[in-house]
Design a protein around this ligand. Sequence first.
Ligand code: DX5
Ligand code: ZN
Length: 214
Amino acid sequence: MILAPSLLAADFLHLADDIEMINRSEADWLHLDVMDGVFVPNISLGFPAIAQVAQITRKPMDAHLMIVDPQKFIPQFRDFGVSVFSVQYEVCPHLHRVVSQIHEAGMKAGVALNPHTPIELLTDILGDLDVVLVMSVNPGFGGQRFIPQAIEKVRRVKQMISDRNLPTLIELDGGVNLETGRQLLDAGADVLVAGNYIFKSNNPLETIRQMKQM
Ligand code: DX5
Ligand code: ZN
């Protein structure tokens, strides 16, 4: 499984220390939550911060855009060296075009679904996606309670992916810990994002090691 610590839960006064910790850890990706105060009721990382994070991280960056018009910023994220660029389904009426633009920029394309958005809406785009990002909380904040319906949703998207023999990865985001993570992996998840569970633990390096052994 791929583990992606979410920088949203890091200590922003000591961001470099936290990124170095992730560099030294067994984590696979670095998850970057980008919020605009419009699509979600919160604002997080902006370009000046991401540019500096990009300079010192040695993990592939997994950007989760919780913003309207995410396609506007594809060139910037490509220039930062981001590997995965995920947009929210709910803000993209022309999703096929956006996914094509992400691929043309040389990044992997992901689509994130809010808890109420049915996975079946991806039927006609699934073959073009590298990642399906299933939200197990309402996007906008770290540290929220896991919504258990996400487990059933993972089973359904896993079925769709394996029926068609696709290489698409299933990523889960929100309220992931050792217990919910285990259930999600059993249901078919490939990538787990975790923020608070890692960064607010006494020993984040050790927590990452335990999660990688799940
Ligand atoms: C929520 C973000 C998540 C968040 C997860 O809007 O997309 O990536 O950081 O945080 P935890 O793991 O604390 O729920
Ligand atoms: Zn996220």
